[in-house]
Design a binder for this molecule. Structure first.
Ligand code: KG4
Ligand code: ZN
Length: 346
């Protein structure tokens, strides 16, 4: 890939609506977010204890035009100055994805700009290019979000090899379910992150799952069940549960497993650069553990700012830039693909 500084300016309008964030951003040459507008629907879904797909879609429809308009204004650009429109086309909630895809198609069609469909997880990985302008593949990336837990070797821009993934719950899903069980509510990740600071992470010995047939795959459902069993046991025995201790001990089990798997791959593949991505990558304890582990081994550690870890459209603009540079263009028949696999071409 040529040095972006020697190329003419490429401005990508990124659009993201795969779950409960309505987001738009303008990204310059894949590395600089000129704007990053996020309308979070979290408050709407909190009362239901999780994301309600139909409400998410309806809210995206209501907000998307204002969010895009603000993204253009914040960046000081007009639609005419935009080079291409990139949009998340999967994976995610189908109704939510469709709003972004239909919007992107309409804008691209009306303005005569190319349309680029982007994989949501690829977007998460590319958030690292926004944070660190010098980062180039190859590197190893731990992607931990609400729907995915992947250990990915990034061989080149857009060239991914999945070393391991979750067999059941994603890391973020486990955070959300445990948070609900201990009465913290939705969204679980940030709440457990906060509450665990007041707890003892050694208080309860929760299990760390090991899968014999694949050393890089994850499983978090056993851990989630262990937390639920612990809570039922306490209730049966009339023991008062310390919310902070459960949160801290659960979080330590997740952080230990994610760190151990990452280190195994770092050693096995002699990795020099290691990055993290996805909503769970904004977890302060995970960031600290991985930072320390990498520093001990002389491995460069990359982590996007928390706002670039959770869902946003700047990451879609960054991923869209590299796809655009490779010549990827989608037609007016681009559709939402809720189960789209990383590396799968549509
Ligand atoms: O990447 P993301 O914003 O959306 C998906 O693509 O799924 O990730 C959302 C997930 C949620 O499960 C949320 O609880 C979790 O990321 N999360 C966190 C933290 N912030 C968000 N998990 C642990 N610690 C956090 N600070
Ligand atoms: Zn995400």
């Amino acid at each position: 890939m040529a040095d972006v500084k020697n190329q003419e300016e490429v401005l990508i309008l990124g659009i993201e609506t795969s779950c409960d964030e309505t987001a738009a951003a303008v990204v310059r040459n894949g590395r600089q977010a000129l704007s990053n507008v996020i309308y979070s629907q979290i408050d709407l879904h909190t009362v239901y204890g999780g994301v309600v797909p139909e409400i998410a879609s309806r809210k995206h429809i209501e907000k998307i035009n204002q969010v895009i308009q603000k993204a253009l204004e914040d960046a000081g650009t007009t639609l005419e100055q935009i080079t291409a429109v990139a949009v998340t086309c999967g994976p995610g909630l189908v109704g939510a994805l469709l709003v972004g895809v239909a919007e992107a198609k309409a804008i691209a069609f009306a303005s005569g700009k190319p349309l680029v469909g982007v994989h949501h997880i690829e977007g998460h990985i590319c958030a690292n290019y926004l944070e660190d302008k010098e980062l180039e593949p190859p590197f190893l990336c731990l992607v931990v979000s609400g729907g995915h837990s992947h250990l990915v070797m990034v061989h080149d821009y857009g060239a991914y090899e999945i070393l391991g993934q979750t067999r059941d719950d994603a890391a973020g899903e486990a955070f959300d379910k445990v948070a609900r069980a201990i009465g913290l509510g939705y969204p679980g990740g940030p709440k457990i992150d906060r509450v665990s600071c007041e707890g003892n992470q050694e208080a309860i010995a929760f299990p760390r799952a090991k899968l014999e047939d694949s050393v890089y795959d994850f499983s978090f459902s056993g851990l989630k069940s262990a937390v639920l069993n612990y809570l039922h046991d306490c209730e049966r025995k009339g023991i008062k549960v310390c919310q902070a201790d459960v949160a801290a001990s659960f979080q330590k089990a997740v952080v230990d497993v994610l760190t151990e798997h990452s280190l195994r791959a770092i050693e096995q593949y002699r990795v020099k650069k290691f990055a993290i991505a996805g909503g769970v990558a904004s977890n302060a304890h995970l960031r600290a553990a991985l930072q320390e582990a990498c520093a001990k081994r002389g491995v460069a550690f990359y982590r996007p700012a928390p706002i670039l870890c959770t869902d946003n459209a700047a990451m879609i603009g960054a991923a869209g830039y590299y796809e655009y540079q490779k010549g990827v263009r989608h037609g007016w028949d681009l559709n939402a693909v809720p189960g789209l696999k990383l590396g799968e071409r549509i």
